[in-house]
Write a protein that binds this ligand. Structure first.
Ligand code: SF4
Ligand code: SF4
Length: 158
């Protein structure tokens, strides 16, 4: 089981993926033959019907050459315009699954979906290293158990 993750559609993770999600050629008005470079997977992407209007505005990709070609602003959000057809690694990507807070309220670090801690706090890093030793990633419930481990050591985890 995994810790619940809700994508806020901020688009941050897609801003640097222009070299990784490649459009090989356009094959229809809203259809593209694509490649996911990191996995070497080819896929056909059809722009979601409800996002065709924002997709047609090319000013965003023109001004952000490193962003994924399918990313577009939509109000306050940056949206994937091929949500239905996006590659598996996009669908399953989880940028942050735990925010770790000191009892006083300061955010000390975050844990990514690949179970890596990002923190400058020495004590938290030491506790996490212990958690890594005691609860290997190979455990099917590693996420929940590591979350509990942090809570047992006095941290707030959201
Ligand atoms: S996975 Fe994370 S960084 Fe990417 S769009 Fe969702 S909330 Fe933003
Ligand atoms: S296909 Fe969609 S989710 Fe994947 S990088 Fe591009 S905009 Fe982001």
């Amino acid at each position: 089981m995994n810790v619940t993750f809700t994508c806020r559609q901020c688009g941050t993770c897609c801003m640097s993926l222009g070299d990784y999600i490649i459009i090989d050629k356009q094959i229809g008005p809203y259809e593209f033959a694509c490649e996911s470079v990191s996995t070497g997977t080819e896929f056909i992407a059809c722009v979601d019907e409800d996002k065709r209007e924002i997709f047609c505005d090319r000013s965003f990709p023109d001004n952000h050459p490193h962003a994924c070609r399918f990313l577009r602003p939509d109000g306050d959000l940056l949206r994937c315009t091929i949500h239905n057809d996006s590659p598996a690694q996009c669908k399953f990507y989880r940028c942050v699954i735990m925010r770790i807070t000191a009892p006083g309220g300061n955010v000390l670090g975050v844990v990514t979906g690949t179970l890596h801690l990002h923190s400058d706090d020495r004590m938290l890093r030491a506790v996490w290293e212990e958690a890594e030793k005691n609860i290997p990633e190979s455990f099917s419930d590693a996420e929940e158990r590591r979350q509990r481990y942090l809570v047992e050591h006095g941290y707030l985890v959201t």
